[in-house]
Design a protein around this ligand. Sequence first.
Ligand code: HPA
Ligand code: MG
Length: 220
Amino acid sequence: MDPSMWIDVTSERFNYSLNHFVIPRHYENDLENILIPNGLIMDRIEALAQLIVQDTDGPIVACCVLKGGHQFFADLMNQMKKWITKSRKHIPLSLEFIKVKSYVNDRSTGDVQISLTEDELKDLEGKHLLIVEDIIDTGNTMVRLLKHLEQYSPASVRVASLLLKKTPLSCGYIPDYVGFAIPDAFVVGYALDYNEHFRDLDHICVINETGKTKYAIKQA
Ligand code: HPA
Ligand code: MG
C-alpha cells in the first residue's frame, strides 16, 4: 500500500474534544483528546478489507496479535468475509491467535514473548499469512515476530496494522496495509491498552499525564 493511501491523523485537525463523543465515566479525567472516533475506524476497516481481498487469491490464515489486535481483527474479519462473498472469490479464511507482549508503561521493553506452540508454528508451513496488529510503534515487536515466523516457511506473509505511529524511534519497518498514520503520542482505546487499562474504550484517544500516573506500574 502506498503511503498516500494512509489516513494521516497527525495534523491538528484530528483533535476531537471529549465532549463531542461518549466516553465511559471512569476514564473522563485520564484522556487528552479523541484522535479517531469509532465510526471512522469502522469505515476505514471496510476499505482495508476490500483492498486485502482484492490483493488475495487463495486461502488465508489470519493471525490476530493479542491482546491489542483483537477488536481490529474481529471487525476486519467481518468486513473481509463480506467482501469475499461479494467478489465471489474462493478465499477460505482460517484464524490463529498469537499473544505478544512487549510494553510496560509507555515504553517498549525490547523483550518479546510469543505464545504459539511448536506444533502450531509448524502448521504455518506453506500458508498465506495475514498478520493483524493494532499498532506499529517502534516496529521492533513486528520485526522480531516476522523473523520468528519466517523460520516456519509460510508461503507468504503480509501485515495489516490499524495504526502506524510517526516516531523518531521507528526502526523503519512499514506494514503492507495501514489504517491511520498517527502522531508520536501514547494512544489507548479500541482494545489498545496502557498497562491493561482502556481496552474498554471505543474511540482511539490520547492518554494524558493524569491517566499515565494513575495507571502506572512502579518499576524497581
Ligand atoms: N498505545 C498502546 N499500545 C502501544 C502503543 C500505544 O501508543 N505503542 C505500542 N504499543
Ligand atoms: Mg499493547
